[in-house]
Design a protein around this ligand. Structure first.
Ligand code: C2E
Ligand code: MG
Ligand code: MG
Length: 363
């Protein structure tokens, strides 16, 4: 008899079928026996044979199955058609009659939006709908190209771009996101080839979240990439975002110091907004401060100008580069230049372009 034929399990299945969280039932031999509607939605499958879950090592030393099953949180290793990844989950060990038991797995996600972000990320990875757009950063005095920022572009099944701000914050804490980082780095290879071919000299900045930067293998991943693609110092740079998660600052500083020694500059993104704080300027080997784009929207106001002057002064004194993001008008550009800001970026000067169109601008 399979688990799902068991009467007790039948009740469970009935009550969980339409539960908003994804649930799966797994045998002790790690075969998926059932999943609810929400799991079918996230994994985009009704075929349980499409999913494979690595055997679960049950916590708790006791082999005896208690009347109330034990539960524990674990990263579940999952293989889904073309990709393999870990997902945060709560695993409940449910006792069946006498000696037997099975696992009920709840995939952990904070909200409906997080589930949909998970689904979209999985679909983009499986269907190679991951691309990069490139936006110029320029010298405000001369208008010359200074560097380029790469921006992730994930597309839905209709080819429409999924807004980064709606997806990235919800999935960047998942280990699944490291697959997105790897896929985006594959795409980056082409811009470095183009740079070499045309003998162009600018830094290409990749956005990395604090979660990604703190991964064990992050440094090696970047250094291997530099070596494999035969990059020169200053070819690749990193923009660090959402520093809220940089809990172990000393460790982060060590990673970035090592990368800096290998010619990879670090920019502090969205400075002045959210969690990004002044002390990062002291603790991390930053070379460029990027003022958050909110400042551009209000830069005509005296108070904002005062704040910009303050940041300009800090950057000058600490010998850091400074860039104003989100410049949309000539007036904003002029004001930042007047306030002593060194570099700029925004739709007024250049809109993010996919590589083919970006290349055309150098013809
Ligand atoms: P960010 O790094 O601060 O990137 C700047 C965002 O502002 C980009 O949005 C860019 O398209 C947009 N932008 C540029 N100029 C203007 C302007 O003049 N006006 C306005 N209103 N917006 C402008 P995007 O591409 O949607 O990215 C949003 C955020 O997603 C990024 O903010 C970054 O935090 C994150 N992100 C983007 N690409 C990646 C990536 O490859 N990896 C990671 N981890 N995060 C990424
Ligand atoms: Mg950025
Ligand atoms: Mg920014």
């Amino acid at each position: 008899m399979t688990i799902i034929e068991d009467q007790q399990a039948q009740y469970l299945i009935k009550s969980l079928q339409h539960h908003p969280s994804p649930y799966l039932i797994l045998t002790k031999e790690a075969g998926v026996e059932w999943m609810n509607k929400s799991a079918q939605y996230v994994f985009d499958t009704t075929e349980i044979s499409d999913i494979d879950i690595a055997p679960i090592v049950s916590h708790g030393a006791s082999k005896k199955i208690e009347a109330i099953g034990s539960s524990f949180q674990s990263d579940l290793e999952l293989s889904l058609r073309k990709i393999k990844f870990f997902l945060r989950s709560r695993i409940h060990e449910i006792p069946l009659d006498k000696e037997d038991s099975f696992f009920l797995i709840e995939v952990l996600a904070q909200s409906e939006a997080a589930l949909s972000a998970l689904k979209n990320t999985i679909a983009c990875l499986e269907n190679d709908r991951i691309d990069m757009a490139y936006q110029k950063q320029y010298d405000l005095q001369t208008g010359n190209l200074a560097s380029v920022e790469t921006l992730l572009r994930l597309k839905d099944e209709k080819g429409e771009i999924i807004p980064n701000n709606e997806l990235i914050p919800l999935v960047e804490g998942e280990s699944l996101f490291s697959l997105v980082v790897l896929a985006s780095m594959q795409k980056l290879k082409d811009i470095f080839l183009f740079k070499k071919e045309k003998n162009l000299d600018f830094t290409v900045f990749l956005n990395v979240s604090a979660y990604t930067a703190m991964q064990e293998n992050f440094c090696k991943l970047i250094l291997d990439f530099v070596e494999e693609n035969d990059l020169n110092p200053g070819d690749l740079g990193l923009e660090i975002t959402e520093t809220a998660e940089l809990e172990d600052r000393a460790r982060a500083a060590k990673y970035f110091e090592k990368l800096k020694e290998h010619g990879i500059p670090l920019a502090l993104d969205d400075f002045g907004a959210g969690y990004s704080s002044l002390s990062y300027l002291r603790d991390l080997p930053i070379t460029l401060v990027k003022l958050d784009k909110d400042f551009s929207q209000t830069v005509s106001e005296e108070d904002t100008q005062e704040l910009v002057r303050f940041v300009v002064t800090i950057c000058k004194n600490m010998e850091l580069g400074m860039l104003a993001e989100g410049i949309e008008t000539k007036e904003q550009e002029d004001t930042f230049t007047k306030l002593g800001c060194q570099k700029g970026q925004g739709f007024f000067h250049h809109r993010p372009q996919f590589l083919d169109d970006f290349k055309k601008e150098f013809e």
